[in-house]
Structures are given as C-alpha cells and as structure tokens.
Design a protein around this ligand. Structure first.
Ligand code: DOR
Ligand code: ZN
Length: 350
C-alpha cells in the first residue's frame, strides 16, 4: 500500500485496558461485555462502596466479575487494592502471594468518586509503601492534590511537586503508574524521571480540551477527573502517547454513571468509553499521524511495565463510519457514551 493512502483497516495485537471502572451488580453485568469485547485484560479500579481494601474483598470482586462474563468472551480482570491510612504491610504480602492482585491504588481522600476512604497523608502509609517497593507491587496514583485553595486545573501539576517528587525521593525503587495524566507537566515528569514510572492516558484526554465541557452550554458528559485541560496539555499528551516511549500506555478510565446522575445539578465525574475505546484511540492516533504507534501504546507497553505476557491474539479496526448510540441500557437506567450520537470513522470488528 502507498504511504499516502490512509489505511482502511488496522490489525493489531489484542490490547489491554490499564485503568478501568467496572462497578458492581447490575451495572457491572451491563458494562463488562463492552470492555471484554475489545480488551483481553483490564486493571480494575477498587473505588466501590465500600472500597476493595483487602485481598479477600478483591477475590470476591474478581469472582463477581467472572460470574457475569458472557461465556463467548475471554477476559481477565487484574485486581487492585484501595490504599487507606490503615492498609497493613501484611495485606501487601497477601496481595503479592495471590495471583490476581496487580497493584494498589492511591486516591488522595476527597479527590474523586468514592475516595472518602482514601489516604489523608502518605506518612500514614510509609511501611506499607516500603513493602510494595520491596515486593515490586505497583502503586497506581490518582495524582491530584485536594486542597480547596488550589485551583482545580492546577491540582495535577501541584501534586507532582508537593507529593510525587518527595515520595519517589523516599522510595526510588517503588513502581509507580501515574494514572490518567492530563498535563504537560505530568507528561514531562514521566518522560524525564529516573526509576520505574509509567503513565496511563485516556482517549478523552487525547481527543478533547476543556472547551468541550462548555461548548454552547454545560456538557456534563465531558466532565471527568482529572478535568480536561487546555489545548497545550492535550498536545503534550498526544505527543507522549504517539512517541513510542514505553512509559506511556492505554488506560481508558471508562467510568459509567447513570445518565440522570451526569445530567444533574451536581453531576458525577466520568466519561463512558468502554463501548468504543479502541475506535476513539484510533481517531486520536490518526489525528497526529501516528497510527503505526497505536499497537505498542495499546498492547505492548502496559504488559511490559506490569511484567505480564503480551497477548497473542489480534483485533481488527476498520474505517467504517457509524453513529455512536445516544444511550445504552445500564441496570435500571442508561449510560451515555462519550460523543453520543456522533459519527465515528473507525469501527471495531473483532
Ligand atoms: O472521572 C472520573 N471518574 N475520575 C475518577 O478518578 C473516578 C471515576 C469514577 O469512578 O467515576
Ligand atoms: Zn479512574
């Protein structure tokens, strides 16, 4: 095929989603097939109510996920623990000894959905984090400070200076995944820093800047945390994702909320992208002329960082425009996918 012709289809190693919210119960049952159709594995966030704070709770959650997985789909949930001020080092030992826990998630208390039980001060967690460093269990970080006097749009950049750099100075061998980065400061930090660090990048942060939240009126389906930032930041994320640097990999942060709780006086944070994740990433990579870098970002860098094997099978995405549904059934209600009603150029075909 000539270089000048855009490809009509892309076949790549089956990808994994390194940051996903599956929820529980009837919502889990309805959203899981979307992810399992496209991805072989996903790092499953533990911010349930109550949070998944122990290996025993993670095992029970793993079993609830597998119990509702449709029999024609193959999928492996990679479980995580929710770090609290009281997580014991022994829990880390148990996590390392089991086969299904692959990371521990740090939510600064109050940073986002169901983060009330999160860490109030990392000084409470040092022996636990030392154990994680010694055992090679990754810390997955929601990197935003929560102080009310820090501007919402600055919370990630301030987190790097105030929390992340000092933490990594204390624990330089701790494996860290800086989740859903949104700023050039985060992209620069992850690219330049010493030691074992990587970052996930969502499709929505690659496709949109903060104007999307306010286009012609308030657009709650583009509200997520960390919130979308200026165009200069989006450009930095595109550059990082398309660079081929193994420190950057795919994490959708697909986060289902009922339509009525998004379109609300106090709407929930989260974009639902599980339905069409790979198509959205393909659109972003095509925008920057880096479709040839999509496979490594989606399918190689994540397992390499986590020390897991790469997937063996393949998926295909075709250039075949289709309209994203306005809403999808979810438990007793519906969920609105990102870009609902819009035309998408790429289509996942299996
Ligand atoms: O937008 C978000 N939604 N960001 C998060 O950090 C949490 C997530 C959720 O659980 O809804
Ligand atoms: Zn998340």
């Amino acid at each position: 095929m000539s270089d000048s012709l855009p490809p009509s289809s892309i076949t790549l190693t089956r990808p994994d989603d390194w940051h996903l919210h599956l929820r529980d119960g009837a919502v889990l049952r309805d959203v899981l097939p979307h992810t399992a159709r496209q991805f072989a594995r996903a790092i499953v966030m533990p911010n349930l109510k109550p949070p998944v704070t122990t290996v025993a709770l993670a095992k029970a959650y793993y079993e609830r996920i597998m119990a509702v997985l449709p029999s024609d789909l193959k999928f492996e949930p990679l479980m995580t623990l929710y770090l609290t001020d009281n997580t014991a080092p022994e829990e880390i030992k148990r996590a390392v000894d089991c086969s299904f826990v692959h990371g521990v998630k740090l939510y600064p208390a109050g940073a986002t959905t169901n983060s009330d039980a999160g860490v109030t001060n990392l000084k409470h967690c040092m022996t636990t984090l030392e154990m994680m460093q010694a055992e090679g269990l990754p810390l997955l970080i929601h990197g935003e400070v929560t102080d009310g006097d820090i501007d919402l749009f600055d919370r990630e950049a301030v987190f790097i200076e105030k929390i992340l750099i000092p933490l990594r100075k204390q624990l330089p061998a701790l494996k860290v995944v800086f989740e859903h980065i949104t700023t050039y400061q985060a992209a620069d930090y992850v690219r330049e820093a010493d030691g074992p660090i990587a970052a996930t990048i969502t499709a929505h942060h690659l496709l949109y800047n903060r104007n999307a939240i306010f286009k012609g009126g308030i657009r709650p389906h583009y509200y997520c945390l960390p919130v979308l930032k200026r165009e200069i930041h989006r450009q930095a994320l595109l550059k990082a994702a398309g660079s081929g640097n193994p420190r950057f990999f795919l994490g959708t942060d697909s986060a289902p909320h009922a339509k009525g709780l998004k379109e609300h006086a106090c709407g929930c944070a989260g974009c639902y992208t599980a339905l069409h994740a790979m198509e959205l990433y393909a659109q972003a990579f095509e925008e920057m002329g880096a479709l040839n870098k999509l496979e490594a970002f989606a399918s190689f860098h994540g397992p390499d960082f986590y020390g897991l094997p790469r997937n063996q099978d393949q998926i295909t995405i075709e250039r075949s425009p289709w309209h994203i549904p306005e809403e999808l059934p979810m438990a007793e209600t519906t969920v609105v996918p990102l870009d609902a009603g819009q035309l998408l150029q790429w289509k996942f075909v299996g």
